[in-house]
Design a protein. Structure first.
Length: 201
């Protein structure tokens, strides 16, 4: 298994790995309406639009490859990258085309509510990290998380790493990497937890 930075052309391959990883995630299921037909198409659309937006901003993305197959992806957000307003507007327009207005509005609400309870500071952020189910429990996820925490630890001005998750299993996983819950927000049928790991000094 090798780790390599992802580029814009990797969007479809990254979605191939991440759709099965997030298919049953409570947050994704709610945002992209798992109860309605076409859920996986909406989830894939979100992942591909998000990949393109992330890479275009210059945020780093790392993939894990088993031979030539991309089996995991991690998207880190750097603390000093501020997207221009027109690019943010473009993101929402692309999401609406890929996922429909209902799912886009749910995703917008999720983002606004999580941002409202997220601690202020100069943080690195794990936007998404996922491993295809066939390649889980092999240490890939830990390596990807370690990559982001390493970025924060190498930055003397970083306040650490933030992420959010609705999965109890994920909370336990991240606790092993030094993350603790610092806030939460309730949605329809699930609770999203914000986790923080201080930067090592």
């Amino acid at each position: 298994m090798r780790l390599s930075h992802l580029v814009s052309d990797d969007a479809a391959r990254a979605a191939d790995a991440l759709v099965p990883a997030f298919r049953d995630d409570p947050n994704m299921s709610w945002c992209f309406a798992a109860e309605q037909s076409g859920y996986e198409d909406r989830l894939r659309g979100y992942l591909q639009v998000g990949h393109a937006w992330h890479v275009s901003l210059g945020h780093p993305a790392l993939g894990a490859f088993e031979r030539a197959r991309l089996v995991a992806a991690c998207y880190a957000m750097l603390p000093d990258v501020d997207p221009p307003a027109e690019l943010v507007d473009s993101l929402w327009s692309e999401l609406q085309r890929a996922c429909g207005p209902g799912a886009t509005e749910r995703f917008r609400r999720y983002n606004e509510e999580v941002e409202r309870v997220t601690p202020e500071g100069r943080h690195h952020v794990i936007a998404i990290v996922g491993v295809h189910p066939a390649s889980q429990r092999s240490g890939i996820g830990s390596r990807l998380v370690g990559w982001v925490t390493g970025l924060a630890d190498a930055d003397p001005a970083s306040d650490g790493v933030l992420l959010d998750t609705a999965s109890d299993a994920n909370v336990r996983f991240y606790a092993r990497h030094g993350f603790s819950p610092v806030a939460e927000v309730s949605f329809d049928g699930f609770v999203e937890r914000v986790l923080h790991r201080p930067a090592a000094r």
